[in-house]
Design a binder for this molecule. Structure first.
Ligand code: NAD
Length: 249
């Protein structure tokens, strides 16, 4: 059997660590990046290795191109040819109306969420494309339901960055469709993770869950299941697709 190797950005907590742990349980060797929390990253590696899996944590800021190159090289060196990339790392900033936002904030959000995902996707295509002698693979981008809802009054900038991720997903999928690479995305709804504290409202999921048809927030593992399906051969005829995992929202 071919080795299954998954690279995940932002894997030390939240949705990223759930993806890393599920992937390892499903037989992937997992390389994930963390931005600064070495302890949290080491704890994820320890859990995976303790369960008999393989994992490597690499410090890398996806807003820095050299860090991305170093991350992919570290994964290549340790595990060999990459088969799946998950663009998970993402930020949002304190909720506010558009009148209060400035260009620097928009640039920070787009540099991490869009440029970072784009550069990682480029590195993955360089390695996976059959046009470059690669064996193919899959890319899964973590978008957000905000790409469709727009984030009015809270974070239209973040929502716009996720809209860009959706367009990148569709365009890239078509560009590499004959080169053995499938590109898809997952749009989470409101999920219990730390990201809502960055938005200035740690309890946000419990406030907005009344607007979710299933009347609850999601768990990171429920996003990980969709990612693992899209990455797998079970989704062999699926590309350029965004799956909403939102409890019906
Ligand atoms: P989180 O804040 O717990 O995790 C985000 C991860 O990204 C962290 O590990 C963080 O260190 C990493 N990260 C941020 N900036 C980085 C950078 N410059 N370089 C490297 N890593 C960086 O939040 P989460 O909810 O687990 O977020 C994961 C993804 O899911 C994000 O793309 C987010 O936009 C998306 N998402 C989350 C929700 C939700 O309700 N939690 C909803 C929709 C989409």
């Amino acid at each position: 059997m071919e080795a299954k190797i998954m690279l995940i950005t932002g894997g030390s907590r939240g949705i990223g660590s759930a993806i890393a742990e599920l992937a390892a349980a499903e037989g992937y060797a997992v390389c994930f990046s963390y931005k600064s929390n070495r302890e949290a990253a080491d704890a994820v590696v320890e859990r995976i290795v303790g369960n008999g899996g393989q994992a490597l944590a690499v410090q890398a800021d996806v807003a820095v191109e050299d860090d991305i190159l170093r991350l992919f090289e570290a994964s290549d060196r340790r595990f060999g040819p990459l088969t799946v990339l998950v663009n998970n790392a993402g930020i949002l900033e304190k909720q506010m109306r558009v009148e209060q936002m400035d260009a620097a904030r928009m640039q920070r959000i787009f540099t991490t969420n869009v440029v970072g995902s784009f550069l990682c996707a480029r590195e993955a295509v360089r390695r996976m494309s059959t046009a470059h002698g690669g064996k193919g693979g899959a890319i899964v981008n973590i978008s957000s339901i905000a790409a469709r809802a727009g984030g009015p009054g809270e974070y239209v900038d973040y929502a716009a960055s996720k809209g860009a991720i959706d367009t990148l997903t569709v365009g890239l999928a078509k560009e590499v469709a004959t080169e053995g690479i499938r590109v898809n995305g997952v749009r989470p709804g409101v999920i219990y993770t730390d990201i809502h504290a960055s938005g200035g409202e740690p309890g946000r999921v419990d406030r907005v869950k009344v607007n979710v048809p299933m009347q609850r927030g999601g768990q990171p593992q429920e996003i990980a299941e969709a990612v693992l399906w899209l990455a797998s051969g079970k989704a062999s005829y699926v590309t350029g697709t965004l799956i909403d995992v939102t409890g019906g929202r």
